[in-house]
Design a binder for this molecule. Sequence first.
Ligand code: GDD
Length: 327
Amino acid sequence: MAKKVLITGIAGQDGSYLADLLLAKGYEVHGIVRRIAIEDSTHKLKNLVHLHDRLKLHVASLDNVLSLIKTVREVMPDECYHLAASSFVSYSFEDEMSILNNNINATHYLLAALKEFVPHCRFYYAGTSEMFGNVEQSPQDERTPFNPRAIYGVSKVAGYHLVKNYRSQYGMFACSGILYNHESPRRGYEFVTRKIISSAVKIKLGLLDSVSLGNLDARRDWGYAPDYVQAMWLMLQTDAPDDFVVATGETHTVREFVETAFNCLGLDYRQFVKTDPQFFRPTELVDLCGNARKITDELGWQRTRTLQQIIVEMVESELALCEGRKG
Ligand code: GDD
């Protein structure tokens, strides 16, 4: 019988790539979506369009424990990937209370429901480099202390400890992936890489004159999203549950990303890119760079794309989208 998987956040970048991966591996794939996503499926489920009727979507809300229990009992999954969260870091400063409550409660409800009804289910939790926050050592690995500087990071550290507790106290197979930034053509427009690519392509096509960004000197460790969902899956196939950092070990500035993206289109970014204080972060993290040696050595994980290759793929996909060659 096919293994059953339940994915929260299935309509997002990572959820949709994970669904692609697990369908290809023969899983029966179930996803949790909000009612509003079903009502506005053209926009909110656009990453899943190509999967048509191969998925089983369940309407539930992560802040409603009863709806989660109902879904867990209906699906009785063998594996659960908890990817849904308020994940755009900038919002943290504007809407701290709800981010903290929603992210922590959703993780707790889900773990509790699984423990009660399907305790053998293997659980993946989407941790993040934001948990390290203002670091004192670089690169970071699984032993680096957490020092989050945004409420989003604080909420993710709390979730990480919940996962650890369910693992040690209740014997659940629960793992946290500590993932650094990962990008692709399915990245949301609010994140800097997609904003840069989509603006550069619109400028190239004469649809936009310029783009305003925040801190061009901010550095990030950017990887390729499909590689990172492969890492999630690997974490749940081991003999014993554990936590792993997933990163490239290389950092680049936003400026380098901008320059490469505009160069791909034969444009000089200096003529089109402005900076605007509204896009600067109140606290900017420095030196977030991950050491993925543990997952490489123990699970054989490897990245498949350089940043240059990711940028080229994103530019080509955006051009196809803007020129109407892609749905
Ligand atoms: N969004 C945005 N918009 N960021 C900008 C801009 C801008 O106009 N200009 C400069 N930046 C800088 C930000 O200050 C930050 O240093 C960097 O670009 C990346 O910002 P984002 O793409 O918004 O990502 P993030 O690093 O804050 O968070 C992402 O990665 C984390 C680590 O994996 C998100 O995916 C998080 O959910 C994730 O945890």
